[in-house]
Design a protein around this ligand. Structure first.
Ligand SMILES: NC(=O)c1ccc[n+]([C@@H]2O[C@H](COP(=O)([O-])OP(=O)(O)OC[C@H]3O[C@@H](n4cnc5c(N)ncnc54)[C@H](O)[C@@H]3O)[C@@H](O)[C@H]2O)c1
Length: 308
């Protein structure tokens, strides 16, 4: 394990939380952005995260201070020059990411691992101008990154196995869990499963089979109760593959295979009902109900974090 100093590019929602969790686990971090106002946003996000962790008894004042001392806030990518790993968390636009990586490869050592936190852009497309693509990899964290344990490591066509292994070790060292995505595909693992569930949830409501409220309730207290402990393959093995075969033989043909955006979702989008951010989505978030929903989510996440 040779990674000691890590450059994190982009101090927004993801980059600041990632910098925080790495620094809290003893890594030196350079957190960079393109303007002081964005670095200030990053600092505020880290402070808020730390205050919540302290309120939950998951972080001490000293721990929070030590974490901050390990983070250098920077407006100059050249400060990445002695980092052994760069995690890019900048805007999700392919041409900007391509430019970023072309410039950064010139700054860092030939040994430095280059990792992108892209939500879904192709690893091969992003590294098109990188000379040594064997050290380039996708490293997909889940939001909020200081809480959700999963990190997906995505191999491009040329990514070396020792690069994957090095990041697996790093993920373990910060108490998180990694999976390896062996092909450069959209949605990796987590979002493919999440959107398969979402597509079927939309179909159930569109066809009047159940209400939005009951779909959410069914997920939380049925399959969702299982999933923190056992995944879909373990579930099938425990249930019996004969039974799962019989169910598949009549149920799969009824499930959604919609290839476009389902109408129920498009209608919400067209009406400007974007969820918490606009005060209405599938639920009503007006008059402070949005803040309440976020606080409830965070409280449940922290409870799960303590159990795990
Ligand atoms: N938000 C999520 O839920 C989520 C989850 C997983 C992955 N991601 C991915 O992480 C990346 C960042 O997303 P985010 O939600 O943190 O975005 P964000 O908009 O909150 O932050 C992006 C930051 O990058 C900065 N930036 C833009 N161009 C830059 C450049 N050339 N060099 C340095 N900094 C630059 C911006 O100023 C901004 O502060 C994206 O690729 C996104 O798809 C997001």
């Amino acid at each position: 394990m040779h990674i000691k100093k890590i450059g994190v590019a982009g101090s927004g929602t993801m980059g600041s939380g990632i910098a925080q969790i790495l620094a809290s686990n003893g890594y030196e971090v350079v957190l960079s952005d393109i303007d002081q106002k964005y670095l200030d946003v990053g600092r505020r996000i880290i402070n808020t995260n730390q205050n919540h962790l302290m309120a939950q008894g998951l972080l001490t004042e000293e721990g929070a201070q030590e974490t901050l001392e390990r983070i250098t806030f920077s407006l100059d990518k050249k400060d990445f020059h002695d980092c052994q790993l760069i995690i890019e968390c900048i805007i999700e636009k392919l041409p900007i990411k391509i430019d970023f990586w072309r410039e950064v490869e010139e700054i860092v050592s030939p040994e430095t691992i280059l990792a992108s936190n892209t939500s879904g852009l192709s690893i091969n497309a992003m590294s098109v101008d990188v000379k040594d693509k064997s050290r380039f990899i996708g490293m997909h964290w889940w939001n909020p990154p200081h809480i959700i344990p999963l990190i997906e490591l995505i191999k491009g066509d040329e990514t070396r196995q020792d690069v994957v292994d090095e990041l697996k070790e790093l993920v373990e060292s910060i108490g998180k869990e990694s999976v390896t995505v062996l092909k450069d595909v959209n949605g990796f693992i987590g979002n493919r499963i999440q959107f398969a569930v979402f597509r079927e949830a939309l179909k159930i409501v569109e066809e009047g089979i159940a209400t939005v409220e009951d779909v959410d309730k069914a997920m939380r207290f049925g399959p969702g109760f299982r999933y923190p402990s056992i995944g879909p393959f373990e579930t099938a093995d425990l249930g019996g593959l004969d039974t799962f075969t019989y169910i598949s033989s009549y149920l799969f043909r009824e499930l959604s295979d919609e290839k476009g955006v389902p109408k129920l979702l498009q209608d919400k989008m067209d009406a400007g009902e974007l969820g918490v951010k606009s005060g209405k989505g599938f639920y009503d978030y007006s008059d402070g109900k949005g803040e309440e929903a976020m606080a409830n989510r965070d409280r449940r996440f922290y409870e799960q974090m303590k159990i795990k």
